[in-house]
Every structure is written in C-alpha cells, then in structure tokens.
Design a protein around this ligand. Structure first.
Ligand code: AMP
Length: 557
C-alpha cells in the first residue's frame, strides 16, 4: 500500500472495499470524498453540493457499500439518478467498488428496457438499486412493497431530477421508503426547491460543500477541447502533432491511466514516462531529473505524484482527465509558466464535464477558449515544419562533403537526384505519412469535429421522451452509409474492436471503413453504400466482446 492510499485507509472502510479502491488505482480521496465518506458511514443525513467530476459517486458509493449487509438478500440502498445514462454509470461504479464483496449485487432500473427482469433482480435480492425516478414509480405501482427494506437513499444530481420534472415521482418514492432510512442528497446547485425537499425529507442533515476560492492564473494561455472519453488518447496524439512544446506534463486520474497513456506515447516515439504513487521515491526523482535535462519530454502523472514538481522546461500542461476542483486545476496548470515564461494549458472535457468547465471559468474569472482537434492539413503542415527545422541546419556545407557521393549514388542506382533525395527522406521520416490522404487514413478514429451536439444533453427516461441518444450529426461522405449497433462503451467496446471485427469478418479493406463513433450505449460505423446489404448479411453472426454485433443501417430522423 502506498503512502497516498493511506488517505482511503484512514476511513476504516470494509477492507474489501478498500482493496477494490486500491485496485481501481485511486491514490487519495478527492475533497468531496474526504468530507462525505465519514458522515455517510456514520449513518447521518447529508446534503452535498458537488457536480460531476468531483468524485461524488465514490463519495456516496463507498460508505453506502460499507453500511450494507451482504448476507441480507434484499434491497438496502436506493440511488436515484435523473437519467438512464447516469444510472448506468452509478451502477457500474458500485459494481467496481463491490468487486471484492461476494454476494453483493447491483441492479440498474431505468426506462426503455423491459420491466420484468428489473423487478426480478430486485426480488432476487440485489442490495443496491440504482434507478431513475419515472421507471421506479412504474415498479412501485406494480408492487408497492418493493422498497420497504431500503434504509439508505441517495438522490444524485437532485437539481437535474427536478429540472426534468420528477418532483411528483420523488414524493411517491419517499412515501414508499421506511421513515427511519438515511437520506443523502447530492446537487450541483441548491435552489429553493431542493432546500424544501431537504427540509421535508432529511433529518438534521450535515452540509458538505467544496469551497471554491477565487484563484488567479497568469501568464498561462488556456484552452479546452471537447472529446469523448474513449477518444482521449487519439486526441492527445493529434494535439501533440501541432503543439510546439518543449516539455509537457499530462495529468490523469489513476495510476493505470499514467501507465497506459505513457506507453501509448512511447509507442509513437515520444520520450515519455509515467509518474504515480506506486513508483518508488528515488525512481520518481529520476523521472523528474530526466524531464529537467531533456532525456524525457513528457511525464504522465497523477496529482499526488506531481506534487511539488518544478521543472522550468515545462511549456505545456495537458489536463487529460478533469481535475476534481478548480483549485486543483489551478495547481496543475501552475506547473507551466514558471519563472515568468509563458505556458499553455489544455483541458480535455467530456460532454458530461462541461459544467465543471464552467465552474473552473467562474472561479478563475477567465474564459477557457475552445479549440478543435487539428485537421489533416494542420497535421501535415506541422510535420513538414518539423522536417524543415530538422533538415535546414544540416544543409550547410553538406554538398561539399556529400555532393560527390550523391553523384556516384545516382549514377550507380541509375536514378535522378530528386528520386534519391525522396528515398532518403522516406528513410529519414521512418515511413511517416506526409500527404493529406495518408494522414487521413492514419487517424481514422479521431473525428474532425469535437463531440459538440453529437451527444445528448441529459434526458429523462420517460418512454415518451424517446431515445435521445439517437443522434448522429456529422455529415456522411459520398458513397457511405451509416450503420448502428447497440453495443457501446458500456459493453466494453472500443472502436478498434469494431474495426477488427468488421475487417476480419466482412473482408473489407481498411480504407472502406469510415468514421467509427463509440458512445455509451451504441456505436455508429460508416460503411460503403455499395454492397451494404450483402456485407450486413455477412456480419449477421459476428460477435464482439462476446456479444452479437447486430449491425443495422441507421437512418437519421
Ligand atoms: P464523478 O464525479 O463521480 O463522476 O467521478 C469522476 C471520475 O473520477 C470517475 O471516472 C471516477 O472513477 C474518478 N474518481 C473518483 N474518485 C477518484 C479518486 N479518489 N482518485 C482518482 N479518480 C477518482
């Protein structure tokens, strides 16, 4: 156990939960976790003011898991979330933290899926029920006793639930729960309507709020990029192509992420290393020394491991994962712009984290401008510029030393000097793509557009609201058709899995497959219009990650 994990150890959580937290790679509790976990563990009611990105899910999930009795096969905790998407995320988080607690089961209850299996899972003794209010009320109408054993209630994103019109449903649910239960309410904002709920339904609640002091940031140019979580690595690689950096630090949340990203960077030829709390102190010092003297250019770190890191060479900070709070953001980006130099800070924002971006802007009093991923032309220009910069100092008197050799080689090979120079360039650039076409093909999974608008804002789960995840905004290239599968990120699918399956089983050339977009609960793939029906038949029985692909033509409406 690292010293940092002591942060979590100090809560005295059930050892199986602590073990799962360590396995997840968290190094220390976030501010909201630090304050909420002891209160919830003690069984008290609580109001937590925190938004997505602060670590609020673990702030209630860990103590709730601690409080339940795995031996009792009945619902003990109910978590209400405004949307199906959030309910699934929360359920997955519970499953992760309960991985080493045999006998604990979690059920997600939301609209748009059959009711029978959900009710069965509850009756079969799932201890944790994560639900959207609308669907849960449908269940209560069928069986009003279904929640009678619940003694912990969490309202997650309570303000969003009210915005979506779930007030009446909440009242029905409160009535169906034992009056003696513990109630915890999380909300990003605390308007009067939320306070009224707290007054009526919480008993002597403790208030937890993450203080956001105004922070000043100077000499650092800040920007953000909207990106889906599963495309962060490819986005980082694209950004690196065009950013003119000397040394760079990237922040991620977990130890595993430091290792994964550092090895992805190394694979692309960057001098990169990971820095996390599991790495021994003397090794960490070596990494920092290497960054200082240029043996390394990029360090991928967790907040804990980067504490006190002061390297004047750092020109850029990439916040690959969102910091938990504005203070930590300011702290991170302060790693650049040292000693009066200019620095640049980039923040990757997933659609769900936009609110956190607004908080950062408010607290720092600065707008964090949006940037887009560089397109193929920008990447090409940057590569040519780098090539020019690396070759121009070599031209000097090269002709006087190597000119005769050039004559001899062209004569021996029987080619023109231009052909020979081109061959040498190819060798020198290690086959790197240096035409627009080749670059386009090299970056098939990175969309040219950030995900603005191609991801739904939060929606309720009422059947009449329909599936608002159905949106696919990006224009299709001529001759391409868009196809959809119900497999998505939550099934453990990444774009490369879909690509592999379609290439192998569809017998297509790589170029025939266009953009692949993996969303939480579905994915879209662009395929050639020509011969599409045949291809779909061919892929009829294809399985990806153990599940049927069931690719269908997708029509936008
Ligand atoms: P949330 O605010 O609950 O949506 O959490 C945001 C993200 O932070 C999730 O991906 C969590 O897995 C991650 N996370 C939560 N707590 C920690 C922690 N203490 N250390 C590192 N990552 C965390």
């Amino acid at each position: 156990m690292t010293q940092e994990t002591g942060g979590f150890a100090a809560f005295n959580l059930n050892p199986n939960i602590l073990a799962a937290v360590i396995a997840t790679g968290y190094e220390e509790p976030s501010a909201i976790q630090q304050q909420s976990i002891p209160i919830i563990m003690a069984g008290q009611d609580m109001i937590g003011q925190a938004q997505t990105g602060t670590g609020k899910t673990a702030a209630f999930a860990l103590p709730i898991l601690h409080c339940i009795d795995p031996a009792k096969r009945e619902p003990q905790a109910l978590i209400l979330a405004p949307t199906r998407e959030l309910a699934l995320q929360v359920a997955t988080a519970f499953e992760t933290y309960a991985k080493q607690m045999p006998g604990v089961t979690v059920v997600a209850v939301y609209g748009g899926a059959p009711m029978g299996p959900q009710l069965k899972a509850i009756r079969n003794g799932a201890q944790i029920v994560v639900a959207t209010p609308g669907r849960l009320c449908d269940h209560l109408r069928r069986d009003e006793k279904v929640l009678s054993t619940v003694n912990h209630l969490v309202l997650d994103e309570a303000d969003e639930m009210l915005k979506l019109g779930f007030m009446d449903d909440l009242e029905v649910i409160f009535k169906a729960l034992p009056a003696t239960r513990q109630t915890v309410l999380f909300s990003a904002t605390l308007p009067q309507s939320i306070r009224a709920i707290a007054e009526r339904h919480l008993r002597d609640p403790q208030h937890v709020k993450i203080q956001t002091k105004t922070q000043t940031v100077t000499a650092i140019e800040q920007a953000h990029l909207l990106v889906h979580a599963d495309q962060k690595t490819s986005a980082v690689l694209s950004l690196l192509e065009v950013e003119d950096f000397d040394a760079l630090i990237m922040f991620v949340r977990t130890k595993q992420a430091t290792l994964d990203l550092a090895s992805a960077l190394e694979a692309k030829g960057y001098k990169a290393a990971a820095l996390n709390g599991d790495i021994a102190q003397n090794q960490r010092e070596r990494v920092i020394e290497s960054l200082k003297d240029g043996r390394l250019d990029i360090v991928v770190a967790t907040d804990v491991a980067a504490r006190g890191l002061d390297v004047p060479r750092i020109t850029h900070v990439f916040n690959v994962d969102m910091p938990y709070d504005p203070e930590s953001y300011v702290h991170r980006i302060g790693r650049t712009g040292r000693a009066g130099r200019e620095g640049r800070a980039l923040l990757l924002v997933t659609p769900r984290e936009r609110r956190m971006l607004q908080v950062i802007e408010r607290v720092t009093g600065q707008k964090v401008a949006e940037v887009r991923l560089p397109d193929a032309q920008a990447v090409l220009d940057a590569r040519i510029k780098k090539l020019t910069n690396s070759l121009s100092p070599l031209v000097g008197d090269a002709e006087s030393t190597h000119g005769d050799l050039l004559d001899r080689l062209t004569a021996d090979i029987g080619c023109s000097p231009r052909a020979l120079a081109a061959a040498l360039l190819r060798k020198a650039t290690n086959g790197q793509a240096l035409t627009l076409d080749a670059i386009e093909k090299e970056r098939p999974l990175v969309p040219n557009n950030a995900p603005r608008g191609d991801r739904p804002e939060r929606t309720g789960d009422r059947p009449d609201r329909g599936d608002r995840e159905r949106r696919a905004p990006v224009a299709l290239a001529e001759g391409r058709a868009r196809c959809r599968t119900a497999l998505g990120a939550r099934d453990g699918i990444a774009a490369k899995n879909l690509l592999g399956a379609i290439l192998n089983e569809g017998g297509l050339a790589r170029e025939a497959i266009g953009r692949i977009q993996v969303r939480d609960s579905f994915s879209l793939v662009e395929l050639p219009e020509d011969g599409l029906e045949k291809l779909l038949t061919k892929l009829k029985d294809t399985r990806v990650a153990g599940k049927q692909l069931k690719l269908r033509r997708y029509r936008e409406d």
